[in-house]
Design a protein around this ligand. Structure first.
Ligand SMILES: [Zn+2]
Length: 260
C-alpha cells in the first residue's frame, strides 16, 4: 500500500494480492479465473468438499495463488493466499492453508512450463490408481493422457515408515509426486486422487474434467472387452486439435456457475 501511495513500482510478490490485482491486469484476470475455476471444478464433480486449484503468479513466476483451506465451491477472491515455491505463505498471511499445498509448490518449482495445478479425489479415476490398470486415452478428449497416467504410490517414498496418512504434506513428498508426474500432465495418486497440470487455468480444468469422462468410458468399455485405445500418434494429433478449443467448454461451465 505504501509503495502505491508513494507512486513507486511495487515489486510483485512484495505487494499484497489486492495491490497486485490493481497494478497488473494479468494478476486480476488470473485471480478471478481461479475463483471461477474452483466453482466449475465443483460443479463438474472434479472436486468436492476437498480438492484445490492454483495458478502461478503471471507477474512473478516464483509465487503462486491458492485458496485458504475452504471448500472449493465457496472460494472467493478474499480467500486467495500467495505462496512461494516452498509452500510458504507470503505477506504474513496466517490463515489456515491447504495441507497439500506442497503438491502445487513442488510442481511449480520443478516444471516451469506449468502455470496451473488441480488436485481432487474424483471417484471415477481412483480405481486406475489401485489396480495396475492404466488410465489411457479412449477418446480424443482424453488424448492428453498419452501413453497412460503414471501412478504415485506414496508408500514408496515415505521414510522411515511407509504407512502414511496418504497426504502430500511436505516438500519431499511433493517433489516425489512431481518426479512421478514426469513431463506429463496427469498423475494418479494411489488410494487418494489425481493431479492435473497445464499451462493455463482453463486447460488444467479441461484436463481434470475430461480425465474423469475418459475414466468413465474406459471403465464401461472394459466391461465389454478389451478397449482399443488411441495410438500414440492419434493421441498426439488429437490433443493438439482439441486443446485449441478449451475456451468453448470453459464458457459453458462458467455460465453454469455464474462466474465473471
Ligand atoms: Zn487430496
Amino acid at each position: 500500500m505504501l509503495l502505491c501511495v508513494l507512486g513507486l513500482p511495487a515489486a510483485a510478490g512484495a505487494a499484497s494480492i489486492q495491490e497486485q490485482m490493481a497494478q497488473f491486469p494479468a494478476v486480476k484476470t488470473a485471480i478471478e479465473e481461479l475463483v471461477t475455476a474452483n466453482h466449475i471444478l465443483y460443479d463438474q464433480g472434479a472436486v468436492d468438499g476437498y480438492g484445490h486449484i492454483s495458478v502461478r503468479n503471471p507477474a512473478n513466476p516464483d509465487t503462486f495463488f491458492l485458496a485458504r483451506s475452504v471448500a472449493p465451491s465457496s472460494v472467493q477472491v478474499g480467500d486467495i493466499i500467495e505462496f512461494d515455491l516452498d509452500g510458504k505463505a507470503l505477506n504474513g498471511d496466517a490463515r489456515t492453508p491447504y495441507g497439500e499445498r506442497f503438491i502445487h509448490s513442488s510442481i511449480y518449482r520443478n516444471r516451469p512450463d506449468v502455470n496451473s495445478v488441480v488436485h481432487g479425489h474424483a471417484p471415477a479415476v481412483l480405481p486406475f490408481g489401485l489396480t495396475g490398470t492404466p488410465l489411457k486415452p479412449v477418446y480424443h478428449m482424453g488424448a492428453f493422457l498419452g501413453a497412460g497416467a503414471p501412478v504415485f504410490d506414496i508408500s514408496r517414498f515415505a521414510r522411515p515408515d511407509p504407512d502414511t496418512d496418504m497426504f502430500v504434506g511436505n516438500p519431499v513428498l511433493g517433489d516425489a509426486l512431481t518426479q512421478t508426474l514426469g513431463q506429463g500432465h496427469y498423475v494418479l495418486m494411489r488410494g487418494h486422487g489425481y493431479v492435473a497440470t497445464a499451462d493455463s487455468i482453463r486447460k488444467a480444468v479441461f484436463r481434470a474434467v475430461y480425465a474423469i469422462q475418459n475414466a468413465i468410458i474406459q471403465t464401461e468399455a472394459m466391461k465389454m472387452g478389451q478397449p482399443r485405445y488411441l495410438t500414440a500418434g492419434e493421441a498426439a494429433k488429437s490433443q493438439q486439435t482439441i486443446e485449441k478449443t478449451v475456451n468453448r467448454p470453459w464458457e459453458l461451465w462458467r455460465q453454469r456457475v455464474g462466474g465473471p
